[in-house]
Design a protein around this ligand. Structure first.
Ligand SMILES: Nc1ncnc2c1ncn2[C@@H]1O[C@H](COP(=O)(O)OP(=O)(O)OP(=O)(O)O)[C@@H](O)[C@H]1O
Length: 579
């Protein structure tokens, strides 16, 4: 919290004290005014009128001042709350950007949204509204009770009789509402998840004509949420009625006993008016005790989740003395690399992987699904850290260089191309927003996308829809290839990123990228052997181990697994032409 915010907090709390004091003056002034009228009976009208005018003006002035101080209290408290929320939101977003992939792998997106939205709101609301209101309540109840009891003990006790009941009932209600709120949030998250899954898998749903089943699933989850929302409404209605009844009951008692005291001449009508007005002033704050307790309970749950998240350890981060990477030759080297995913340490995904690739060379990795090919790709930009062996780039262990410099030097074209909802141009230039148009066009040309983009309604300025749905799978892959080329990386990894592109277009991309590939290391992961045949070195990976290595020709001669896969992909199958 900076100095400006500290001042704002001080002004908010100071204004709260003054507003509370002024609010406590109002019943007193009203009582005085009533007594002036009573005492004025039989006295000349002019004197009473003057006294009444003075009281009325005083009341008006106090009310206006109270309003102004309440305004200052609300304004400054809210302003601090919003700034606090803004800073926390930035801190959370920054944390999300830096958290390791192993965290994101566990699919925390719904929880993260809850933390970044609801939890921050819960903590800030407590500081901006509840804390200031708690100060106000303490003053009103404490000083108010003292004033009532010191004026008339018996009537004071009666006037305050509703306070313990309402305070207890309102706290109980709020705690019950709090518990059901947490439960409701959980049920609404399930609802959100069902909806999200439905939207992401809308094509599968339609293709399998599963709308009725999906509707039923959604309805069942909705009903769960509805039942709880109804339960909350019941709790609220029941407890509000009980609190209102106890207040009016106490007021009736004060009126009755107080009225008898007025008749007996023990107290004035003005004093009775003061008591009744005090009760109405106190009613709201007392009811809000529960709200404060709830706000505190909510803030502590939200706060522990929020600060627990902000304190999470980042496993893949810059080493204390990390320096930017220095690229001269751009040689990539894997030395006996082993790896197990965090949280599944007993399952080795990679074992003793070793290879080296110099500038201009292409290394291809092939193998059955799940053999660990993408994992190799993800280790180079340090999405995860190796658990054994080393990976070096020009002799520098990638764990000793800064992550940002490493990730500018290594571009990975992912299996699942992700497009941002913005123009084609911005999508291509994502890694280099200051790139000029000719560069963007050259990269798109190499990725065999330029002519297609020119045919779009607004060319490079065409906005591609959410997750690029308006482009086909192959077009999206080509766009992400162009995006990776814009980085001018020293190492470019294609992680099965041409699977949706036909072989002829892929061939054209490869020819167009020949000059580009001369200045860097290219690593290709692919299932289609025609994508890797030209590589300088091919690794056949099985169960996380390199079982064969060599050029295409060498591997064919070996007549091992690679050759078997090659035969499978090139020779006609026995059942071809059977019909
Ligand atoms: N984030 C992860 N956490 C834990 N295990 C994972 C994770 N990602 C992949 N795996 C496991 O690691 C193994 C290797 O996965 P990887 O994606 O590297 O295989 P692959 O050879 O690229 O497969 P494919 O050819 O199907 O893309 C698989 O058994 C997979 O279940």
């Amino acid at each position: 919290m900076n100095l400006r915010h500290r001042w704002q907090v001080a002004i908010a709390i100071g204004s709260t004290f003054i507003a509370a004091a002024l609010q406590l003056l109002i019943p007193k002034l009203l009582g005085q005014a009533v007594d002036q009228v009573r005492m004025g009976e039989g006295i000349s009208g002019g004197t009473v009128e003057q006294a009444l005018w003075t009281s009325a003006l005083l009341l008006l002035a106090v009310s206006v001042l109270r309003g102004l101080f309440t305004l200052a209290q609300n304004y400054f408290a809210e302003s601090v709350g919003h700034h606090f929320a803004y800073e926390l939101r930035l801190a959370c977003y920054d944390k999300i950007q830096r958290l390791s992939f192993s965290f994101h792998d566990q699919g925390h997106s719904a929880d993260l949204i809850t933390i970044c939205m609801l939890d921050i709101e819960g903590v800030c609301w407590y500081f901006s509204t509840a804390l200031v209101r708690a100060v106000l309540l303490a003053m009103l109840i404490g000083i108010g009770a003292y004033m009532l009891l010191s004026t008339n003990l018996e009537l004071g006790v009666l006037a305050l009789s509703f306070v313990p009941f309402v305070a207890w009932r309102s706290s109980r209600t709020q705690l019950k509402l709090r518990a059901t709120w947490d439960e409701l949030q959980g049920r609404l998250s399930v609802l959100g998840r069902v909806m999200e899954e439905n939207l992401c898998g809308i094509r599968v749903v339609r293709a399998f004509a599963a709308q009725a089943y999906e509707m039923l699933k959604f309805e069942r989850v909705s009903q769960n949420a509805l039942a709880l929302a109804q339960e909350r409404a019941d709790i609220y209605a029941r407890d509000t009625s009980a609190m209102t009844f106890s207040f009016f009951f106490a007021m009736g008692l004060v009126l009755w006993i107080g009225g008898s005291k007025v008749i007996a001449g023990e107290i004035s009508v003005g004093t009775l008016t003061t008591f009744l007005t005090f009760m109405t002033v106190l009613q709201m704050p007392v009811r809000q005790i529960g709200l404060m307790i709830n706000a505190f309970a909510r803030a502590s749950t939200c706060g522990s989740r929020l600060f627990g998240f902000l304190d999470l350890d980042i496993t893949v981060k810059d080493a204390p003395h990390a320096r930017p990477i220095k690229i001269s030759e751009g040689t990539v080297r894997f030395d006996n690399v082993s790896f197990a995913y965090p949280g599944a340490e007993n399952r080795q995904i990679l074992r003793n992987i070793s290879f080296q690739a110099r500038r201009g060379e292409t290394v291809a990795i092939v193998g059955p699904p799940g053999s660990g090919k993408s994992t190799i790709a993800h280790l180079i930009p340090r999405f995860y850290d190796v658990t054994g062996g080393t990976i070096t780039l020009d002799g520098q262990d990638i764990r000793n260089v800064t992550l940002s410099s490493l990730r500018r030097a290594v571009a990975v074209v992912q299996q699942d191309p992700f497009l941002f909802t913005t123009t084609v141009e911005n999508n291509v230039a994502y890694g280099d927003p200051w790139a000029n148009e000719p560069r963007i066009e050259r990269a798109s040309e190499s990725a065999q996308l330029h002519n297609y983009i020119l045919g779009l309604p607004a060319g490079y300025k065409t906005v591609v829809g959410e997750r690029g749905v308006s482009l086909s799978g192959g077009q999206r892959q080509r766009l992400t290839i162009a995006r990776a080329m814009m980085l001018r990386p020293s190492v470019i990894v294609f992680d099965d990123s041409t699977a949706a592109i036909d072989a002829a277009t892929e061939q054209r991309i490869r020819s167009a990228m020949r000059r580009f590939a001369k200045d860097r290391v290219t690593i290709i992961i692919a299932h289609r052997l025609s994508s890797v045949m030209h590589a300088d070195q091919i690794l056949f990976v099985e169960n996380g181990e390199t079982v064969e290595r060599g050029t295409h020709e060498e591997l064919l001669v070996k007549a091992g697994r690679y050759e078997a896969l090659h035969n499978l992909q090139t020779r006609p199958r026995d059942d071809d032409g059977a019909n």
